[in-house]
Write a protein that binds this ligand. Structure first.
Ligand SMILES: C[S@@+](CC[C@H](N)C(=O)[O-])C[C@H]1O[C@@H](n2cnc3c(N)ncnc32)[C@H](O)[C@@H]1O
Ligand code: SF4
Length: 354
């Protein structure tokens, strides 16, 4: 059966973090009921379109999926189980903001089949967490993490950000040291993107954002790649590292150009050679405006996208003399792979290629 992956967007946050441009709404509790009613309608409608597909992965992201009462998440998963065909070794991930983790919600997630937890930690120093306006201390994170383990989750990932204002290499080294001692399976390390329209974006425009230099940012990245590898976290993508066998299947399937269907406001889909997305507007979504800007993907564009996604992975893509750039790539057997410089300059390499 043809594989398919589902992404569910939960667009609610308690407060916006100053760096984040993901679509989410604050103080929107009064829309939960209507939002999830619509989401369940969308699940039902789309399940009818993809009857002959087997769902490989479900990724529940946000926003903050654990800000909403867990009954809503359970309803969605039960609805998907009833209406789609699920692979027997399906991966179901949910993103968790540490502060809102509870024993009760974790137990419920486990019962319904969620088997992977992604925790947005970002940093381990309490001053750094404050700088990023995160609403917990590292000690509080540890309590929540221990709860996640105690409930029986054994596929746990942590997100970290580096290169934010006033961040130092020593602080970064300390964060990596602490989290590799926890017994987790997956680490994502994201270099801070200064996004237009966010508080960080605005400060940056005024020249008031004190970011580490590009050289320090790259030093942080190279340190993470080497250190995590030493600690048994194999890099499998530009920003992702995992213990053997614990790579995130959902993201791997995306980079391998498998089809995915996005559910919820702001979610993107790429399926049957067609791209579309739901509006980043909860009211429009509730009113049934789904799959807007539907566009057939041209063969040439598909080829380019496959190359761009494939080169993010450490396994690279099949060797192609015309695309090979000596400065940025190496060849391993019949594959071409980005070297360190290529990973640092991913965007430039892609520009030169297309
Ligand atoms: C969709 S976000 C949400 C996860 C969850 N709401 C949280 O904050 O813990 C997923 C990850 O993207 C990363 N991220 C968000 N904005 C970023 C930015 N501007 N630059 C780099 N990484 C970012 C963070 O590491 C975050 O954990
Ligand atoms: S980083 Fe997470 S919690 Fe913060 S605004 Fe973005 S989605 Fe919400």
């Amino acid at each position: 059966m043809t594989p398919l992956n589902l992404y569910i967007h939960i667009p609610f946050c308690f407060a916006k973090c100053p760096y984040c441009a993901f679509f989410s709404c604050t103080n929107c509790d009064d829309t939960y009921e209507e939002y999830f009613k619509t989401l369940n309608k969308e699940i039902l409608t789309k399940s009818n379109l993809y009857k002959n597909r087997e769902i490989q992965t479900i990724y529940i992201g946000g926003g903050t999926p654990n800000l909403v009462p867990h009954k809503y998440i359970v309803e969605c998963i039960e609805n998907i189980k009833k209406n789609f065909q699920l692979s027997k070794d399906i991966e179901i991930t949910i993103e968790q903001y540490p502060q809102y983790i509870t024993k009760e919600s974790l137990e419920t997630y486990k019962t319904v089949g969620i088997n992977r937890i992604s925790m947005g930690l970002q940093a381990t120093g309490n001053e750094e967490l404050q700088q990023l306006c995160r609403r917990y201390t590292y000690e509080e994170f540890i309590e929540k993490y221990q709860l996640v383990k105690k409930i029986g989750f054994n596929d746990i990932g942590i997100d970290l950000i580096f290169g934010y204002p006033n961040h130092t290499l020593d602080q970064w080294k300390q964060s990596l040291k602490l989290i590799t001692q926890l017994g987790i399976q997956h680490i994502s390390c994201y270099s801070l993107e200064v996004e237009e329209g966010t508080p960080y974006g605005k400060l940056n425009e005024q020249g008031k954002l004190h970011l580490p230099t590009e050289i320090v940012d790259r030093e942080m990245y190279h340190y993470a790649c080497e250190y995590l590898n030493e600690k048994g976290f194999k890099q499998y993508e530009i920003s992702n590292f995992a213990k053997e066998g614990y790579e995130c299947k959902h993201n791997l399937n995306f980079w391998h150009y498998q089809n995915y269907v996005g559910l919820g406001a702001g979610a993107y889909s790429r399926v049957n050679n067609t791209k579309s997305h739901n509006p980043e507007d909860i009211q429009k979504y509730i009113n049934g405006e789904w799959d807007i800007e539907k566009e057939k993907i041209k063969k040439e564009d598909e080829k380019i996208e496959r190359i761009m996604l494939g080169l993010r992975l450490n396994e690279g893509i099949k060797y192609n003399e015309k695309l090979f750039q000596k400065e940025y790539m190496t060849v391993v057997e019949d594959r071409m792979i980005l070297n360190t410089k290529g990973k640092d300059m991913y965007n430039k390499v892609m520009q030169e290629m297309v």
